[in-house]
Design a protein around this ligand. Structure first.
Ligand SMILES: [Zn+2]
Length: 101
C-alpha cells in the first residue's frame, strides 16, 4: 500500500498486509506534531504515523500581555495609591509570571 493510499484512508489498514486488525501501541507529542506507533495483529508489522501541527483555535481567551499591563496600570497602582496598602506577594508573583513567559 502506498503512503498516499494509507493517508487517504485515514490509516485504518496495515500498510503491509492491508488487515484492519491494527492497534496503536504508543504515541508521543513532539514540538511540531505527534507520532503514533501502530502494530498489525495479523502480520505483526510495526510502523509509525506522524501528525503535523497545522492549526489552533482559542476556546477560552485570557488577557494579552498588553491587556494585563493596562489592567495593572488601571487597577493595581491606583489601588495601592488610594488604599495605601503594600503590594502583596501575589501581586509580584503575577507580574513575574508574565515577565518570564
Ligand atoms: Zn499486517
Amino acid at each position: 500500500m502506498s503512503e498516499r493510499t494509507y493517508v487517504m484512508e485515514g490509516g485504518v489498514r496495515c500498510p503491509v498486509c492491508e488487515s484492519r486488525n491494527i492497534e496503536g501501541v504508543d504515541n508521543q507529542f513532539t514540538a511540531t506534531g505527534a507520532k503514533q506507533v501502530l502494530r498489525c495483529e495479523r502480520c505483526e508489522s510495526v510502523w509509525v504515523e506522524t501528525y503535523k501541527l497545522d492549526s489552533f483555535k482559542i476556546t477560552e481567551r485570557g488577557q494579552t500581555k498588553e491587556e494585563f499591563t493596562a489592567y495593572l496600570k488601571g487597577t493595581l497602582i491606583p489601588d495601592l495609591r488610594d488604599g495605601g496598602r503594600d503590594a502583596t506577594a501575589d501581586d509580584f508573583a503575577t507580574c513575574l509570571r508574565w515577565m518570564e513567559d
